[in-house]
Design a protein around this ligand. Structure first.
Ligand code: HEM
Ligand SMILES: *[C@@H]1O[C@H](CO)[C@@H](O)[C@H](O)[C@H]1NC(C)=O
Ligand SMILES: *[C@@H]1O[C@H](CO)[C@@H](O)[C@H](O)[C@H]1NC(C)=O
Length: 490
């Protein structure tokens, strides 16, 4: 009895020693991992931010920890992030595989696809399609302005009252993506849409919760019928729905005359031979990915922007003055006009900086490489801390406060500091940046021109702390809306 206990202890001790030997040579410093669990016990699963901050302070701008058995390196600050994602972009642009999210999506789509030909071809295709207006006669700008008119109509109905902006901006961002993908707006009362949203919300909860953590760190439990199985089921449900939409869409398609993203993809599919990475299942996942990537990000940035604009009426008014002057006599805003609106541009960028919508970018090394004197083996998970860049001391005039002066030079001209990385940087940088910037500008300018927004008197003190998650969201708030006087009477 005693003998077997001793044996177990020796075995455990051996495991600990074994892991120590396993730590790669010249690997960035970090806390000592324990077998199987790595540094899991040192992190608060519901909100590990404080723990990460402590580790960065102790071990520096390039430090490591173990996510279960997997080595992970965290990059803090502009210098480390740029050196990895830009200077060594080809080595640092993979995505971690063999995790719950990547397994459930079967390496298809784009967001979670590892560095390689499938990712490259699909990325190039999307950039071209989104940039070239290769989608029929209507320009991207017209699509966004059209949807903004729906938003205006909605707000006009509520003018004089108080609204919950959450669903409003969500619906707008979602509709714009649908317009780009399928050329139609979405009916929110549609039962399919409700199932779709339900599947996603549930999946995000599981993936970010303890069951996701267990799947990712303890591979031996993966085949058991535990709650993470639900994630696979939900993804299948969503895929079936999207496939049906594509089948329906095909009935009105004319080959060679693309009206939207899906048409463009189907045309491309016709052109390529069987060996290519383009296929219909890939298109299904691609659509889902673009929808997820472009929805919460844009909606949450708008929500943050309005939270700050309604609590800083002085800044809102200054934007409105500038917008009135520049757009005098014009029917609507256009994206080109941003060049004449340095203050409004600065405010929008400052809102993005503060919103910090995606706090960390998850990458993976695609081969053995080096960074700032350390050796980092292939397959290491890389976490680029974008938050740490967006409020890094020394990079910003006012790193820790909301202040448009962060983007204005002495002459009041718009200037974008190098540390403005809300879309990340390097080969994996946000693919929808152009679309997102156009949306933010056109929606904000159009709404500020027509309405005045304010913090309701009975709403108490605003709370600016965001809700932690893969994307950061402001806490729900209410917003007062008034029609503005026409510009010339002001
Ligand atoms: C304000 C809005 C947005 C923000 C802040 C944002 C930010 C980001 C960030 C930080 C990444 C990760 C980059 C990395 O891994 O280094 C990303 C990736 C991505 N974003 Fe966005 N994004 C926004 C809007 C959009 C929109 C509207 C689309 C849709 C077209 C989109 C599509 C994507 C895609 C497809 C990726 C994955 C790219 C890849 O893995 O190669 N994003 N975005
Ligand atoms: C983990 O973080 C949550 C949220 O910040 C906090 O309420 C909880 O007390 C923390 N748990 C531990 C063990 O520190
Ligand atoms: C990123 O940096 C911020 C601020 O420097 C810190 O609060 C946060 O914990 C860091 N996150 C990670 C994942 O290292």
């Amino acid at each position: 009895m005693l003998g077997s206990l001793v044996l177990i202890w020796i075995f455990i001790l051996f495991l600990f020693l074994f892991i120590r030997i396993q730590r790669p040579k010249n690997f960035p410093p970090g806390p000592r991992p324990v077998p199987i669990f790595g540094n899991l016990f040192e992190l608060n699963i519901t909100n590990p931010l404080k723990d990460f901050e402590r580790l960065a302070q102790r071990y520096g701008n390039v430090y490591s920890f173990y996510f279960g058995a997997r080595p992970t390196v965290v990059l803090t600050g502009l210098k480390a992030v740029k050196e990895a994602l830009v200077t060594n972009g080809a080595d640092f642009s993979g995505r971690p595989q063999n995790l719950l999210v990547s397994d459930a999506t079967e390496g298809k789509g784009i967001v979670l696809v590892d560095y390689g030909p499938t990712w490259k071809e699909h990325r190039r295709f999307a950039l071209m399609t989104l940039r070239n207006f290769g989608m029929g006669k209507q320009s991207m700008e017209d699509r966004i302005l059209g949807e903004t008119e729906h938003l205006v109509a909605c707000l006009e109905k509520s003018a004089g009252g108080v609204i919950n902006p959450q669903t409003l901006f969500h619906d707008a961002a979602s509709n714009i993506i649908y317009l780009v993908l399928f050329g139609t707006r979405y009916d929110y009362e549609d039962d399919n849409h409700k199932i779709y949203v339900q599947c996603f919300t549930e999946n995000m909860k599981i993936i970010n919760g303890p069951w996701g953590m267990i799947y990712d760190t303890l591979p031996m439990l993966r085949s058991l019928p535990l709650p993470f199985r639900k994630v696979f089921k939900n993804f299948h449900t969503v895929e079936k729905m999207v496939l049906n939409m594509i089948i329906k869409h095909k009935t009105t398609r004319v080959p060679g005359e693309p009206r939207n993203f899906v048409d463009c993809y189907l045309d491309e599919l016709d052109k390529r031979d069987d060996g290519s990475s383009f296929n219909e299942r890939q298109l299904v996942r691609y659509i889902v990915d673009l929808h997820i990537a472009g929805l919460d990000t844009t909606a949450n940035t708008l929500l943050t922007a309005f939270l700050y604009l309604i609590t800083r009426p002085d800044i809102q008014e200054r934007c409105q003055q500038e917008i009135d002057e520049v757009l005098e006599g014009k029917a609507h805003a256009c994206f080109e006009e941003r060049l004449n609106m340095p203050y409004t541009q600065a405010v929008i960028h400052e809102c993005q900086r503060i919103a910090n919508t995606i706090p960390t970018a998850f990458h993976c090394t695609s081969r053995d490489t080096e960074l700032m004197g350390y050796s980092i083996p292939k397959g290491t998970i890389i976490i680029a801390n974008l938050t740490s860049v967006l409020n890094e001391e020394g990079q910003w005039k006012f790193p820790h406060e909301f202040n448009p002066a962060n983007f204005l030079n002495e002459q009041g001209q718009f200037e974008k500091p190098e540390a403005f990385l809300p879309f990340s940087t390097g080969p994996r940088m946000c693919l929808g940046e152009g679309l997102a910037r156009m949306e933010l500008f056109l929606i904000l300018v159009t709404l500020l021109r027509r309405f005045q927004f304010f913090w309701p008197e009975d709403a108490g003190e605003p709370d600016f702390t965001p809700v932690y998650g893969v994307t950061l969201t402001p806490k729900p708030y209410r917003m007062g809306v008034r029609l503005r006087q026409p510009a010339r009477e002001m």
